[in-house]
Write a protein that binds this ligand. Sequence first.
Ligand code: URA
Length: 205
Amino acid sequence: RLSGQDTPPPAGDLDALHRQAAVCRRCPLHRDATQVVMGEGPRDAPLMIVGEQPGDREDLAGRPFVGPAGQLFDRVAGEVGLDRDRAFVTNAVKHFKFQPRGKRRIHQRPDAGEVQACKWWLEAERQLVRPKLILAMGATAAESLTGSGKGILSRRGTVEAAEDGTPVLLTLHPSYLLRVPDAAAKEAAMRDFRADLSIAARMLA
Ligand code: URA
């Protein structure tokens, strides 16, 4: 069932929300994933960081951004003085979407229906945390938070607004940075990412 119209209103604290999400049936992604991966961080975090969806490592660990993309994020955040522990780190989609290939599980981008279905959980997290700023990493986060994931390369580094007016700073996704094949293009993308994270760090200072 896709509608989710029969789900109760979001729970009043993050642990209860997590328990609700653990039995989510709003889209089919729960079927193959190991577990739901909800956001983590302080309930009163001034900054919310939103990625796409848990990857292979996150799906197994039950925590966001602990795999290669998370390690790259942590490194750049450290370089610009952005304290991840002060942020609420989450994803637009809460279950890992993948295609099995031999022993490996290959990441698949969530479709618009899955992003829309899972927006309910992201909104519930946002209403509980009420961040002053949201850092949207990549097209899927941008799509969920601003209504469009298009043209992220030209929108990055700019601030847009979520539906409730919360400022959303757009940036690239760290997994994208890991995949840029050309060395010069990769260096340029890393520079942009670093600049965006340092804007977020300064807005928190
Ligand atoms: N990529 C994401 O978008 N989120 C994670 O949690 C891990 C990798």
